[in-house]
Design a protein around this ligand. Structure first.
Ligand SMILES: [Mn+2]
Length: 319
């Protein structure tokens, strides 16, 4: 049972110092849902910190003020801990222990919840982005929705719906987008950077993707080794778009990328077309996510063997 936005806002208002967390390898929704809250809470005159350790992409860095990110969290300095867009303790990375031991916790999310529980929770998979959930909390805080806050919410909403084209897009997504536009979210700049700007690095990565993808039996995939990353001068985060790009192939019902982030350590990103489920597949590899977008991280003996096992798992997943 979810706690009301009112109750969550009240708890935030009662607290003096708030620590914000989101999932490892943060995407635009992770950043949008936490950063919008960060500025909303800051405008209440409270002490607030946002903890992000992982590298973010160049595009993300142009949209997000990374100067406010802190790395080391001294638990005793905070009386409220909030996590956004994160369904499991594992996805909080190094901050999991600090969060779990926090004296008062709030979990805001739109993934199917695994094992991350707050004292107050709002977890609803019908929301297309967690940024929309943060937005509802911010509205209850009764702070001014500045263009900056509106932009962060819009960034997460737009990105998690892939510019309002994914099957999770619903009437509320458009209603929220309408309200954010009225609040002067910088949609021109966000669209420009998210969808209309291609850096030379992205083009190099796309070249690699289109030269190295395979489409067999409705499954489209691309494998990226540590060596490939080195040659491309890229990080794992730079290749995060591969699976969403591959699912657009005609004839692909499933798509995945496997990226070897460090030797023998693999990160799987899965996508499916409407009507196909990759969450179940990801769960078999210790991961999770949404029905149409999921992922997992694991050690394995080789990228080829992992690919074969993954293809077999997808083939038999509907049975
Ligand atoms: Mn999300």
């Amino acid at each position: 049972m979810n706690d009301s936005f009112k109750k969550i806002a009240k708890t935030i208002k009662k607290s003096n110092s708030i620590a914000l967390f989101t999932h490892i390898s943060p995407d635009m929704d992770a950043l949008g849902s936490s950063m919008s809250l960060y500025y909303a809470i800051k405008s209440l005159g409270k002490k607030v910190s946002i903890f992000v350790k992982d590298n973010i992409t160049e595009t993300q860095a142009t949209l997000v003020d990374t100067n406010v990110f802190e790395k080391d969290c001294n638990q005793s300095e905070y009386d409220l801990f909030i996590s956004t867009d994160t369904p499991s303790q594992k996805r909080l990375g190094d901050y999991a222990k600090i969060f779990i031991a926090g004296q008062r916790k709030i979990v805001l999310d739109h993934h199917l919840n695994d094992d991350l529980k707050g004292d107050l929770n709002f977890v609803d998979t019908s929301y297309s982005s967690c940024s929309e959930i943060s937005y509802q909390v911010i509205k209850e805080l009764k702070v001014k929705i500045t263009p900056q806050i509106a932009s962060y919410v819009f960034m997460g909403l737009s990105s998690d719906t892939n510019a309002f084209t994914n099957s999770n897009t619903n009437a509320s997504s458009f209603k929220t987008a309408y309200e954010l536009t009225l609040a002067d979210a910088d949609i021109t700049n966000i669209n420009e950077l998210l969808y209309k700007t291609h850096t030379t690095k992205e083009i190099d990565l796309k070249k690699f993707l289109y030269n190295n993808y395979h489409l067999e039996n409705g499954i489209c995939f691309c494998l990226v080794t540590c060596n490939d990353l080195k040659k491309l001068n890229a990080t794992k985060a730079d290749c995060d778009f591969f699976s969403s790009e591959l699912i657009n192939m005609q004839g692909a019902n499933f798509a995945f990328s496997i990226i070897e982030s460090t030797p023998s350590f693999y990160e799987i990103s899965l996508r499916s077309k409407h009507g196909y489920n990759v969450r179940d597949v990801a769960e078999k590899f210790g991961g999770g996510g949404h029905i149409c977008a999921a992922g997992a991280k694991l050690k394995y003996e080789s990228i080829e063997k992992l690919k074969d096992t993954l293809v077999d798992t997808i083939k038999y997943s509907g049975e």
